[in-house]
Design a protein around this ligand. Structure first.
Ligand SMILES: Nc1ncnc2c1ncn2[C@@H]1O[C@H](COP(=O)(O)OP(=O)(O)O)[C@@H](O)[C@H]1O
Ligand SMILES: [Mg+2]
Length: 366
């Protein structure tokens, strides 16, 4: 799939701008704070139906305006789509080919996109919550049903916690109905996370080794908050029962997918604790690159790649690896930089010089 064109209205620093993109490489350059990242953010929102970093929708609307619009033509094997996103306050409206999409989770995964961001290092060094959210978002795009299930799980969790907050009067019987629902939805959430973590492991290990040229081994593991054997459901049920006294004392549920952990490892050591700044950057790069392979392996599709200002972050060897990979990549690429000379891509491409929320396009051959 390819994004052919984009129209922005009152989206962050863009009052009104139109873009016609190249179907291979789009190089977006300019000084700092001109709107390069904002452009990638709009592309990501259009293709993934969600922002690539956690923001309130109203931050995306140009200050002083009441509504932002992102509109684009997307070419896919199924034909040409017109996608349209309207953000008004906290409300998000999606239209596909003129028709309102009532249930956004139906649209998730329609297009595929992988974003390399400077903040990716926080996936490695940040909180378990950030890694869970990362894994879930990746799964949504591959299996949209995961989103609905996760939301259900959280609703049931809130209910169970509400009962627990009543304190000493709570009996195991009063939790039974929520336990059942948590086990049903939670087990499916856990199983999917385990499945994709497992699928990702060999892809990541290979790419990390290729990119670093070292013999260090990268890995990832999904660790449940309880001892799970082969039968996740019954192990989860037992641990909920076993943690009753603790849950009642604390006033909330202490086991389940909301407490599980996706851990990253380099040579068997927990990367969130031991990885250096450089190792964390390499890990994040390999992680994103392995998403491309995961999407290919799962859906047989080639995602659109977004790379925000990543070249300046990398050492010589990683930069070579990255541009080697991008050079052989068959899909569409959007890459931002303050220094176009650092982008080692050859062939025909379109460049966009961004200044104060306006874009100057040019077709170039390098
Ligand atoms: N909601 C908004 N309304 C108006 N301007 C915004 C909004 N959000 C961000 N900006 C502006 O966008 C600019 C940053 O754009 P960004 O794309 O991050 O720049 P860069 O080219 O460095 O990637 C800043 O000047 C910021 O003030
Ligand atoms: Mg930027």
């Amino acid at each position: 799939m390819k994004l052919r064109s984009l129209t922005l209205r009152n989206f962050r620093s863009y009052a009104a701008e139109n873009f016609a993109f190249h179907d291979r490489v789009n190089l977006i350059y300019g000084e700092n704070a001109q709107g390069k990242t904002n452009l990638l953010e709009a592309v990501h929102f259009l293709l993934a139906f969600r922002p690539f970093r956690q923001v309130r929708h109203e931050e995306l609307i140009t200050i002083g305006a009441s509504e932002a619009r992102i509109k684009g033509e997307i070419e896919s094997p199924a034909g040409l789509d017109e996608a349209h996103i309207i953000l008004g306050g906290e409300k998000r409206t999606i239209k596909l080919n003129g028709k309102l999409v009532y249930n956004a989770s139906k649209a998730l995964g329609r297009y595929n996109v992988v974003a390399f961001l400077p903040s990716d290092i926080e996936l490695v060094k940040g909180s378990p919550q950030a890694r869970r959210r990362y894994l879930d978002a990746l799964i949504f795009s591959l299996e949209p049903a995961h989103l609905a299930e996760l939301r259900k799980y959280h609703r049931f969790l809130v209910q169970r916690n509400a009962v627990l907050s009543r304190g000493r009067s709570v009996t195991p019987e009063s939790l039974e109905i929520w336990d059942e629902k948590l086990i049903e939805t939670g087990s499916r959430v856990i199983s999917r996370r385990m499945e994709y973590a497992k699928k990702m492991t060999p892809l990541l290990a290979r790419i990390y080794a290729d990119s670093s040229g070292s013999r260090s081994e990268a890995g990832l593991r999904y660790a449940t908050s309880f001892a799970a054997g082969d039968d996740v459901e019954s192990a989860y049920a037992e641990s909920l029962k076993a943690s009753f006294a603790k849950d009642r004392a604390r006033g909330h549920t202490t086991v389940g997918p909301h407490r599980d952990n996706l851990s990253f490892f380099i040579d068997g050591r927990d990367a969130s604790v031991y990885a250096s700044q450089g190792e964390s950057k390499n890990f994040a790069l390999a992680l994103r690159a392995s998403e491309i392979d995961l999407i290919k392996a799962t859906l047989g599709k080639t995602p659109v790649l977004l790379l925000d200002d990543v070249t300046s972050e990398l050492d010589e060897r990683r930069r070579k690896f990255l541009f080697g990979m991008l050079g052989g990549f068959p899909g569409q690429i959007f890459i931002t930089t303050t220094n176009p000379d650092e982008v080692l891509l050859k062939g025909e491409m379109k460049t966009f010089r961004i200044r104060k929320g306006r874009a100057e396009p040019a077709l170039v051959k390098r």
